[in-house]
Design a protein around this ligand. Structure first.
Ligand code: PGA
Length: 252
């Protein structure tokens, strides 16, 4: 089963509309390089920039939000829904990033509702999971991540599960410059695929699982060379167009 590798830039709370538009001025060049490499690329800007970024994105360049609300509309102050994102050309949403779990109290159960809402809207959930340094040091990584996967996919059919992208991001590796070893990343991602195989059988082979956490041009090739790692979710190194281009060039 061949899974197209994906390189997704998570801009977090960086770049206003002007900076976002200036990055997108190089999107054609980025996409041409990605096509040469046979990988998929995209970015996840703030809500404020999504419409502009989606307008400037060439066909095939994935535009994702960093969150979504599970309701279509209504009295949910400060929230944005799937139909609203779709209306401006957004095709995916990052769900359950560790920063949202930590600062916004997002649980895997809450993520489950958002994943279902996205699937219902024919959008792609990018579901994040990953353990803290303490959990890693206690050797509980797989048990911890397994629970996040089981809760996130609760009630999701095999057909729908294939449309979900999982991102494994050890919290201790995010923004720290301390990336997980390729062995650790591959082993945990293989374990995640095992959990998904327990739920969905062969369909699990079609689910893309990304690694995230201090991915840089200098280490991306090693991650993407691992058989179970289907791409990368990249924060810091996705912000500068030149660095994003390097990531694409070094990806495979
Ligand atoms: P980082 O962030 O690449 O800056 O470590 C990754 C992420 O949080 O998605």
């Amino acid at each position: 089963m061949s899974r197209t590798k994906l390189l997704l830039g998570n801009w977090k709370m960086n770049k206003g509309p002007k900076e976002a538009a200036s990055f997108m001025a190089q999107a054609e060049e980025m996409l041409a390089l990605a096509n040469e490499k046979g990988i998929e690329i995209g970015v996840a800007p703030t809500f404020l920039c999504l419409e502009e970024v989606a307008r400037l994105a060439p066909g095939g360049f994935l535009v994702s939000s960093q969150n979504v609300n599970e309701h279509d509309h209504g009295a949910y102050t400060g929230e944005v829904s799937c139909p609203m994102l779709k209306e401006v050309g957004v095709k995916a949403a990052i769900i359950g990033h560790s920063e949202r779990r930590e600062y916004n109290g997002e649980t895997s159960k809450a993520c489950n509702l958002k994943i279902k809402a996205l699937l219902q809207a024919a959008m792609t959930p990018v579901y994040c999971c990953g353990e803290s340094l303490k959990t890693y040091e206690e050797g509980e990584t797989v048990a911890f991540v397994e629970k996040q996967i089981l809760e996130g996919f609760e009630g999701v059919s095999a057909e729908d599960a294939k449309k979900v992208i999982v991102a494994y991001e050890p919290i201790w590796a995010i923004g720290t410059g301390k990336s997980a070893s390729t062995d650790d990343a591959e082993n945990t991602i293989r374990a995640i695929r095992g959990v998904l195989a327990g739920l969905y059988g062969e369909a699990a082979d079609e689910i893309r699982i990304l690694y995230g956490g201090s991915v840089k041009p200098g280490n991306i090739k090693a991650y993407l060379g691992c058989p179970d790692i289907d791409g990368a979710l990249v924060g810091g190194a996705s912000l500068e167009p030149s660095s994003f281009i390097e990531l694409i060039k070094e990806s495979v």
